[in-house]
Design a binder for this molecule. Structure first.
Ligand SMILES: *Cc1c(COP(=O)(O)O)cnc(C)c1O
Length: 438
């Protein structure tokens, strides 16, 4: 155990978790603490930093973000159209500058990962390839609390192929009286629909509860019945450790404005497993950015698929957005990548759990999972104190300079992000919550 783990364990034993000195000691022992200074955080009216715990919704910019973006703006001004093929940072191949770092984050090989488009668009493009319904096999399995955009995308794909959601959409519900999905129930449903199942499309981390689904088991179960499997990693990328290649998922897509801090509406990412990449029988929507770059500008109409996931690219990619993403991926690199960040995140989760237990034991119910392997950094808190309404508690938190988010019907989502949240932030959140609930 390292120093910080020991400090926390001792404080739990001696009932000293709520002390300010513990938060200070944990921050002091945290070798990643200085990374926080690379991020720009909203401030209160008096100039003090807000406690920003909404990275699950929109991550923060780094101090280098403006520099990276401004650099491309000034290169645009100085180079004009020649910027596309300038030897360094040429815009025509700019997306490739992001491939290695992004591959590390999702556990894909570099030929399997590309940044392009945005999340829902990528889900559609990947379903064009990986949802191939037949009379016999036409169902798509999703979860009942799927993010609405995913739900819409799936329904419209089903209709587009001439099927009906009433027949072809399988929706897995949480089993117990809480909002969590029982992984065994998912596996049973996959087996039950068997040779009628064409595609399983599930989140890596569920957006409402923060639940991590067992992607490797789901992949195995889907493949056993002959179905394809894709993951929406919106809340997983940059949050938990991912091994998409080794797990064998067929495809995945994610956005980069949540835990990847690339800014509102930033360019998304996608993964297609090696085994599909050279498969010329897969249907695919084509565009000029998917064809061999050596012949692309000859403007001929013979499509020569790039022999990587880049053959799924359609349009030339948004350079300003990719510049912003580069800045953020560099910050993740400066922390040593996802492994040390997840280690810090787990300690922050334990600390947060201990503080909630200590300061608001009966007034708040965590609807997020409790076992560490089943959760990312996001907490989902339901206010169960009958004297307080959840939404008004949320409003008071905002008023006190805490940024988190409210999700109907009744949940406050709070995400300590190890890149830029301190142990002090977590303590300030729980202390403020306790004061509001008193
Ligand atoms: C954030 C999020 C989206 C948003 O989709 P965009 O296409 O980026 O607007 C979709 N699905 C999930 C699960 C999300 O968490």
């Amino acid at each position: 155990m390292n120093t910080a783990d020991t400090l926390l364990s001792e404080a739990i034993i001696t009932a000293n978790v709520s002390s300010e000195s513990l938060a200070e000691a944990l921050d002091h022992a945290d070798s990643l603490a200085p990374i926080r200074d690379q991020f720009i955080c909203p401030v209160n009216e008096d100039g003090t930093r807000k406690v920003y715990l909404a990275g699950n919704s929109l991550g923060l910019p780094t101090t280098a973000t403006a520099e990276y973006v401004t650099n491309e703006l000034s290169r645009w001004g100085s180079l004009g159209v020649d910027g596309h093929f300038s030897p360094e940072l040429g815009w025509a191949s700019y997306h490739q500058l992001l491939t290695d770092q992004m591959s590390m984050i999702v556990g894909g090989h570099p030929n399997e990962v590309v940044v392009m488009n945005s999340l829902t668009v990528n889900l559609h493009l990947l379903m064009v390839s990986f949802y191939q319904p037949t009379e016999q096999r036409h169902k798509i399995l999703i979860e009942s609390h799927a993010f609405p955009s995913d739900h819409f995308a799936v329904e419209s794909q089903i209709r587009q192929r001439g099927f009906r959601p009433e027949d072809s959409l399988v929706v897995v519900e949480p089993s117990g009286d809480d909002a969590l999905l029982d992984p065994n129930h998912i596996l049973d449903e996959i087996a039950k629909h068997g040779d009628e199942l064409a595609l399983v499309l599930l989140p890596g981390v569920q957006y409402y509860t923060g639940q991590v689904l067992p992607m490797v088991d789901i992949t195995r179960a889907a493949h056993e019945v002959g179905a394809m499997v894709g993951f929406d990693l919106a809340h997983a990328a940059g949050n938990v450790l991912l091994e998409l290649h080794d797990w064998g998922a067929d495809f995945a897509a994610w956005c980069s404005y949540k835990y990847l801090n690339a800014g509102p509406g930033a360019v998304g990412g996608c993964f297609v497993h090696n085994r599909h990449i050279g498969d010329e029988t897969l249907p695919k929507f084509l565009g000029w950015w998917g064809t061999n770059s050596a012949t692309r500008f000859k403007m001929e109409t013979v499509f020569e698929a790039i022999p990587t996931v880049e053959s799924w690219q359609i349009s030339n990619a948004p350079v300003l957005s990719m510049a912003s993403l580069r800045a953020s991926l560099d910050a993740i690199d400066s922390a040593g990548g996802m492994t040390p960040l997840r280690a810090k995140s787990e300690l922050q989760i334990r600390y947060f759990d201990a503080l909630l237990d200590d300061m608001v034991p009966t007034k708040v119910r965590c609807i997020n999972p409790t076992a560490m392997q089943d959760r990312g950094c996001q907490f989902a808190l339901e206010i169960v104190d009958p004297n307080h309404d959840g939404k008004s508690v949320f409003d008071q938190l905002e008023h006190a300079g805490i940024v988190c988010d409210w999700r109907y019907p009744n949940v406050i989502r709070v995400a300590p992000v190890p890149l830029y949240n301190s142990f002090g932030d977590i303590r300030q959140f729980v202390t403020t919550l306790r004061n509001i609930l008193q």
